[in-house]
Each structure stands twice: as C-alpha cells, then as structure tokens.
Design a protein around this ligand. Structure first.
Ligand code: ATP
Ligand code: MG
Length: 506
C-alpha cells in the first residue's frame, strides 16, 4: 500500500473524511476500480466520470476526487461509509495528473524526459532522437502515436500522449527498467487536458505550427497557447529546442526564460542545415545528406530518410541531442541508423516501374510538403489518394482539397476514417476547396487505392496519404482491419502479374 498525501499535491476546495490515506491504486474509469482505490471523476468529451462515482464506490473505492461536492456528498451518503474520503477540487484532470505523479514516485525526475510538440513531425523526430540516444550506448523509452516502448515490450498506442495516470505508470515502468531517457510526443490535446501536469522535462522541442485540430481548440490562438504550454513543464535547467524557420515559433526564442537552442535551414539558427543533397530516384534507393553547422563546428549527416520536412525533423533531433550534451560522432551515427518510420514516406516497392508512397499526412501543411517532395523525386505525374477524417476539424477539408488538386497531376478523393460521419458529406467539404478539374471521387478507400494504382504509368508516383501506419479504418465507431500498405502491395502485384489492366482513363 502506498500512503498518498493528498493534501500535499492538490489544490483542495473542500474535503470530508480521513485525508492521508493508504490507497492501492488510482482509476479514472470506474470499471477499473478495485478495493481501496482512489477514483478520480474526470469530465471526458463523451462521458462524465462524475456519473460513475456510485459505481466506483460500489467497486471498492475508498477515496473519491471530483469537481462537484454535491455529488460527492450524495455518493458518500448513499454508500453509508463514513470512512470514504471525498475531496472536491477545481480541476480534477489536474488532480489526476498530480496524484498519479505522486503515486508513481515522480518518475520524470528519475530519468531525462524529452517532450516533442508541434503540428507535424513529432513521431518522426522522436524516433530519430531515440536512435541518437541509443547510438551513445544509453537506453530510451518512447511514447507516441504508433506505440509505447517502456523497456518491457511494445504496446500499441491508444492516444499519442497517454492519459496522465497511464503516462506516469509508463514512465515509472521505464524507471524500473533502468531507462536513461524517455522521449514522448506531447500533443496539443494532452497539453490542454493537463496530461503532462506533474512532469518535469529536461528538453522540450517545438517542431512547427500550422493548421489542425480546430474542432477541439476552436481557434489557432488557442491551439498555439496549448502547444506553448509545454515549456511550462521544463525543469529549472531545462532546454527548449525551437524550429525558428517557423514564423510562429521564432518569437519564442526571445520570450522563453530558459536555455534555448534554435534550429533551421535559414540563416541565424544555432543548429543549421546547409547544402542539402537528396537522392530519391527510382532504383537508387532513398537517401539524403547535408551539412550541419553548430556553434562548435560543422559535420555531415547521412540519412535514409528523404524530404525537406525530414531535414527539419533531423535538425530538431540534433538540437535535442545537443541540449543533452551528446557528441557529434554519436549524433551522426544515430541519424545514419535511424530507420524510416512506419507509414511515413514509406516506399512500397514491388519492382514496379512507378513509385508508390504511403504517408501519414493528414494536415494541409503535411499534404503540401508531401506532394512537393513527391514532385521533386518524380519524373512524370503525381497521383494523390487522400480523404479527411470524420468528427475532426472540418475547416481543413476544403483546404486539403485545394492543396491536393493544385499540386498533384491527379487526385483521387476518398474516405479516411469517417468515424460517425457520412463519407459523402466529408467529401463534399473537400470538394468545396478543389482548384482544378483533375480529380475523381471514390468514397471506398481500397477501391480508390486500386484505381490510382491502375492509372499509374512508368515514371509516375502514387501517393497514398492520411493513414500511414494505421491498420484499421474507423466507420460508424467500429474499427475494421484496413491497411493502405497491404492494399497497395496487392494491387501493384496484381498489375505486375497482368491480373489488373492499366486504367487508360488516367
Ligand atoms: N517537419 C515536418 N513538417 C511538415 N510535415 C511533416 C514534418 N514531418 C512529417 N511531416 C508530415 O506529417 C506526417 C506525420 O508525421 P509524424 O507522424 O512524424 O507527425 P506527428 O506530429 O507525430 O503527427 P500526429 O500529430 O498525427 O501524431 C508525415 O507523414 C509527413 O507527411
Ligand atoms: Mg505523432
């Protein structure tokens, strides 16, 4: 049993019952409550934990933290158990995070915690950073969009940044597994929902800031404020790593009151990429090299990642490594050995005479950069398959429609994860922004991929954007097995074997 000094870690509005109490565990889902657990009632987007206080008590909760004293008192009375502690707080999400940090022994203080935020590039930057750390003979856990690695196996990720209690538990698992570092992606949702409250970051990086998530944040200002909050959790001697080529991030270099490392391609950045050389041509394999200038000198980087956006991701990782005092030769090694990330500019090569790239671009900026990159390495046409997610930011749909049709030779507009929305309505939103009559509409995603592949000619590139590593498609709240990569591979092979004729329309 762990004695939890609730009074030490919470801003309490009112309380009843014993205060410093031994609890066996914490839960914010009443179904996970066991005997002598603390239940924290959190208001979620679809359910409100306050409605489950009775249930939590009936399952054995010995303490409850919530935002509404009335419900707490009622629950306690109903339970007829005077020994149940009830605590009213003004923000139960913050309380959940702080209690969890305390319950798990403040793991972020026992390892070096690195947080990465930004609209795009978080996952990629986190993998490169982990590779650099490991090149130096150190160990690192990782939490992000694709999976969680704590040193005891790999778990599929549910949220890019886990809920605070789970986050603290994963960090404590890393500490138990003697990890030196933890690299975590910190989403704007996580920052708004106080998931990293109670964490102490040694380094916090901000990759870029462009349009996304306005369904949740409402305005770009709010979205920005959420991202900026990451720096609030820096430890006293912590460092901020900033992409100062991004005009929204540049001013932070002056505003933040901590050690700042600036990265960019443009003049003035402390860690600067120069002389970028890319080879992404068919048959030659993908690779890239460039020179990096740091305040200490200059060295050459070689990477199997390609694309200008990956130059930024690599620079951010170098900035992070630099903040940790990692030596240049280790940085070079780590970058050289960093493998392309699952579903990020992934080349589906079955020996066909056109390129097929699967990528996770699902924002306007990512889609723009992806198509521009494809254009750079493509001899002939770029054919882009894409859609937009349901129940998410609607304002980006026409903008993505504009970008895809403007920059591609041909766009096949389809569904992403429609979730609870009608696919045809999402597509209507996309069509509002199309710039040219160079598109077809095929709402069934696997059909759309097949259609694009059937149209490809020698020297073309088929880009399949939006779902990257995902192995499901969510329709009406149900996740069905679905993999862009599997479908693309199958279609390419069918064509190679002559089982699928080339579509002469395209
Ligand atoms: N630095 C970058 N700038 C702009 N676009 C990028 C950058 N890095 C990656 N991308 C694009 O964004 C997509 C997602 O990349 P990545 O998964 O690394 O970002 P993320 O920030 O983790 O995204 P998410 O918010 O979905 O977790 C990539 O497939 C690519 O198209
Ligand atoms: Mg991510």
């Amino acid at each position: 049993m762990i004695e939890l000094k609730l009074t030490e870690c919470l801003r309490i509005k009112s309380r009843i019952g014993p205060q410093d109490k031994d609890i066996k565990g914490i839960a914010y889902d009443s179904r996970r409550v066991k005997k002598d657990f603390l239940f924290v009632a959190v208001r979620g987007l679809s359910v409100d934990g306050h409605d489950y206080i009775d249930d939590a008590i009936s399952r054995g909760a010995s303490a409850v933290v919530a935002e509404h004293a009335v419900e707490l008192k009622r629950a306690r009375k109903l339970a007829g158990q005077d020994e149940i502690t009830v605590i009213e707080v003004s923000d139960s999400r913050e309380a959940l995070a702080l209690i969890s940090a305390s319950f798990y022994g403040h793991p972020s203080k026992s390892l070096s915690l690195i947080g990465i935020t930004g609209t795009n590039g978080k996952t990629t930057t986190s993998y490169i950073t982990k590779s650099i750390i490991e090149a130096g003979g150190k160990t690192s856990g990782l939490l992000g969009t694709i999976c969680y690695m704590t040193g005891s196996g790999i778990t599929n990720a549910f949220n890019t940044t886990p809920e605070s209690m789970d986050l603290q538990r994963y960090l404590s698992e890393m500490v138990n597994n003697q990890m030196d570092y933890a690299v975590i992606e910190v989403s704007s949702h996580a920052l708004s929902l106080k998931r990293v409250e109670g964490c102490s970051f040694r380094t916090a990086a901000f990759t870029n800031f462009t349009h996304d998530h306005l369904d949740f944040h409402g305005t770009m200002d709010e979205y920005y404020r959420a991202k900026r909050r990451l720096f609030k959790y820096l430890s006293k001697d912590g460092s901020a790593v900033l992409n100062t080529d991004d005009p929204m991030i540049r001013p932070l270099a002056q505003k933040l009151n901590c050690n700042v490392i600036t990265c960019g391609i443009e003049e003035g950045a402390m860690i600067r990429a120069e002389n970028i050389r890319e080879s992404g041509v068919r048959g030659a394999g993908f690779s890239m090299s460039f020179d990096v200038r740091t305040p200490e000198g200059r060295f050459e980087i070689n990477s199997s990642l390609i694309g200008r956006f990956n130059v930024y991701n690599i620079l951010m990782s170098i900035g992070i490594a630099y903040s940790l005092g990692v030596k240049e030769n280790i940085i070079r090694d780590g970058i050289k050995h960093a493998k392309p990330v699952d579903g990020r500019f992934e080349n589906i090569d079955e020996g066909q005479d056109y390129l097929c790239i699967v990528d996770y671009a699902h924002t306007e900026d990512a889609l723009r950069k992806l198509i521009e990159e494809a254009r750079f390495i493509t001899e002939k046409r770029v054919i882009t398959v894409f859609g937009c997610g349901g129940d998410r930011d609607r304002t980006k749909r026409p903008v993505m429609g504009g970008v895809a049709t403007e920059l591609s030779d041909l766009a096949v507009i389809t569904s992403d994860n429609p979730r609870s929305e009608e696919p045809s309505e999402i597509i209507m939103d996309i069509l509002r922004g199309v710039k040219k009559n160079n598109y077809t509409v095929q709402p069934v995603r696997d059909e759309a991929i097949r259609e694009a592949i059937s149209m490809a000619k020698e020297g073309d590139t088929v880009l399949i954007a939006g779902k990257g590593h995902e192995n499901y498609q969510e329709v009406n709240g149900v996740r069905h097995h679905f993999s862009d990569k599997e479908i693309a591979r199958e279609a390419i092979n069918k064509r190679l074997k002559g089982h699928m004729p080339r579509n002469t329309k395209g």
